[in-house]
Write a protein that binds this ligand. Structure first.
Ligand code: HEC
Ligand code: HEC
Length: 293
């Protein structure tokens, strides 16, 4: 999508075009209007050097939409749900999630209507997939668009109910203790290739220390202390490290979520950007209150 990966140069072009429009506006309205238009404010920010350098995939979305609080309409969200390739290559969400009838629609999740999106999965366990008005990064809907299943590259066709998966889930459910069961049965799984699916590296091939690179998210799955410390302890500081285990609560533990949840749409390559511009827009709609009109 060339527009969405605009460079700073292209943003300057957009701003210049805005100048022309703004100049025409002045010609008609004189200097009567006191409040700045969004285009005028953008031009001012360009002049003040407040527009960030290009880099991230969703640079334009951040600069022109999110930072300026443009209201996202449900109509656009509805389009996203029913359009192929909206979040990266793959069929549209509504092919598989099109009604609350769980005999025809996965998880009885209806992404084809606003009400259906807000009500969430109607099959057991019944649950909402986001909370209107709340940052949704860690909620089910955005998680499913951003988080790759681990070990990285493992496809949806591989079971998430193997005995090894159940060992990890049960260990967390039982309080995630540093006991004999952990040392003998659980920890070795993270260090062994093919433990959670065929032809996959050990978790510790990618998460082996608190240094990134080489360890993704500065996550060390080699020791009990490393696992309980969590991710990004150097970048964020030890106290603010992202906890990946919530003792007693597998469903809330990122280790379990990453073992059990496939990224949507199923089959998408793990190398596809996790921060697709449309995922950012979907999250913004939710934060703005998930309004249906
Ligand atoms: C080819 C069919 C298919 C497509 C297309 C698809 N999904 Fe799914 N989805 C599934 C299946 C199967 C599950 C349940 C299995 C699982 O948990 O991975 C699921 C589960 C989910 C869940 C979890 C619900 C819960 O209660 O845990 C969410 C959220 C979700 N999908 C969102 C999406 C979004 C958003 C899209 C579009 C980008 C999408 N899906 C596209 C098949 C699909
Ligand atoms: C080939 C490299 C690779 C392997 C193997 C791998 N991971 Fe990851 N892991 C990643 C990458 C890259 C990310 C960044 C997020 C993403 O891509 O979804 C990540 C993210 C994570 C996160 C999220 C951390 C956070 O800050 O939220 C957890 C938890 C995790 N992995 C656990 C595991 C577990 C458990 C295994 C083994 C079953 C595993 N990983 C195997 C590459 C890997």
């Amino acid at each position: 999508m060339p527009f969405l990966s605009a460079t700073k140069h292209q943003l300057v072009q957009i701003a210049k075009a805005g100048c022309v429009v703004a100049a025409l506006g002045f010609a008609f309205a004189g200097n009567a209007h006191a409040q700045r238009t969004i285009a005028e404010q953008f031009i001012q920010d360009m002049k003040d050097g407040k527009v960030s350098e290009a880099g991230a995939e969703d640079h334009v979305v951040q600069e022109l939409i999110i930072k300026r609080s443009i209201p996202i309409t449900y109509q656009y969200i509805n389009n996203l749900m029913s359009t192929p390739n909206a979040f990266g290559p793959g069929v549209a969400c509504t092919v598989c999630h099109n009604s609350q009838d769980a005999s025809k629609s996965y998880r009885g999740l209806d992404l084809s209507t606003c009400k259906g999106m807000i009500e969430g999965a109607t099959e057991k366990p019944k649950r909402t997939v986001f909370k209107p008005g709340v940052e949704p990064k860690r909620d089910i809907l955005i998680r499913r668009l951003r988080n790759n299943r681990m070990p990285l590259g493992l496809g949806f066709e591989n079971s998430t109910f193997t005995p090894n998966h159940m060992l990890v889930k049960q260990w967390i459910a039982d309080g995630a203790k540093n006991d004999d069961n952990f040392t003998k049965n659980v920890l070795p799984l993270f260090k062994t290739a093919n433990a959670f699916g065929p032809e996959t590296p050990a978790c510790t091939a990618c998460h082996m220390s608190n240094q990134e690179p080489p360890s993704f998210h500065e996550l060390n799955l080699k020791t009990y202390e490393g696992i309980m410390l969590g991710a990004d302890s150097v970048a964020k500081g030890v106290d603010k490290a992202t906890k990946v285990i919530v003792p007693g609560k597998p469903e809330l533990s990122f280790v379990w979520q990453h073992l059990a949840e496939d990224r949507m749409p199923p089959g998408i390559s793990p190398s596809e950007a996790r921060d697709h511009p449309n995922t950012t827009i979907l999250a913004a709609w939710i934060k703005q209150g998930a309004k249906c009109d």
